[in-house]
Design a protein around this ligand. Sequence first.
Ligand SMILES: Cc1cc2nc3c(=O)[nH]c(=O)nc-3n(C[C@H](O)[C@H](O)[C@H](O)COP(=O)(O)OP(=O)(O)OC[C@H]3O[C@@H](n4cnc5c(N)ncnc54)[C@H](O)[C@@H]3O)c2cc1C
Length: 404
Amino acid sequence: MSKKCIIVGASHAAAQLATSLRQEGWEGDILMIGDEPYLPYHRPPLSKTFLAGDKTAEELAIRPADFYVKKNIGLLQGRVSKINKDQQIVTLSDGQEMSYDKLALCMGSRVRKIALPGSDLAGVHYLRDIADVEGIKSGVKKDNNAVIIGGGYIGLEAAASLRKQGMNVVVLEAAERILQRVTAPELSGFYTRIHSEEGVSLHTGISVLSIDGGTHAEKVRCAKGIEFTADLVIIGVGILPNVELAEEAGIKVDNGIVVDEYCCTNDPNIFAAGDCANHFNKIYNRRIRLESVPNANDQGKSAAASICGNSKEYKSLPWFWSDQYDLKLQIAGLSQGYDQVVIRGDKLAGRSFAAFYLKEGQLIAADCVNRPQEFMLSKKIITEKIDVSADRLADESIAVKEML
Ligand SMILES: Cc1cc2nc3c(=O)[nH]c(=O)nc-3n(C[C@H](O)[C@H](O)[C@H](O)COP(=O)(O)OP(=O)(O)OC[C@H]3O[C@@H](n4cnc5c(N)ncnc54)[C@H](O)[C@@H]3O)c2cc1C
């Protein structure tokens, strides 16, 4: 009898997992169940080229529809509302029940919503999926005012895309610096300068009290009597992993679905990958949950191998990227816990530099802005734990190729 693998979710992790299942030799049925009405699509362009109008929704597809047909991968639009792990059955929100031999949870994450008066007014948006961005795009108008609540990567990428289209943009960040949750002060300082030079009005340490208007947003009201006129508001204050379905089914959850280095949960037939999974990272010697496409893809590959009984350990170095204006930021590793920063290039002028983060003399992470060579080198140094002194990293007279 043919075996069946059901994948909950149909985005980066799911699409990779399904594809890798075939590569790993899975001959049974594969069904991806996703609740968005699209083929699996690339999410990163949503705040970048798609919002800027440089890409259409069709161009976002990870693979064309006929790819899934050729690989005999089923795609069903629906929402899984219950898992019965003892009977190996999932229930969809329309009551349909489906049995599985193996189940992969690729449910990703959702935006963190804030209980802000006025956040339900027309013209106020979150930014996670194609529908959100279609809504935002309908409010983009040259010389109109956009207020972005949240100075993380998504808020800043949206700011860059809206500036490109001639909007007046204000970014409001509650913390003392932009990107505070995700990066070191070096990078926050750099992007503060860049956005200011590009004409974005950045405000940190500010608390938003409400969004005011009749039926449509008109202004954002902050503490100390500060107000900003707003024709368009985007809220980008982080995400939450989609773990409730797993938790209710008795699968272990702790800031994400807990998986081992092979993406297996505490149930031998259930696996998890992507934003919703929390894994033990051997490079950093701790559990982490990552929110990035490379992680979703690599965990998807590892989970597929495990499902097929071939073990492929997930041990990739975390890496990320962000595109704002003409700047490509590539981040290798995680900088938390660093005790020394060295800069290669000039972060106070120009648009290209690298910040290297060291702990006890060893490179643990690097932020590389328009510096692809330094990024590639950093990945190698961190992964292989190669000794390179701080002085050498900072010295621009030593070519990157010669650094090792
Ligand atoms: C605007 C934006 C920009 C980004 N930019 C970058 C970037 O530059 N670089 C980078 O590395 N990462 C970026 N990311 C993050 C990246 O997109 C995510 O890490 C990635 O999408 C995670 O993939 P995933 O498959 O784990 O989850 P998701 O992409 O979140 O997909 C999960 C899917 O499962 C569906 N789902 C959830 N529960 C159920 C259920 N019960 N039944 C059916 N379906 C369900 C969800 O609706 C969703 O479609 C960005 C994200 C956003 C939103």
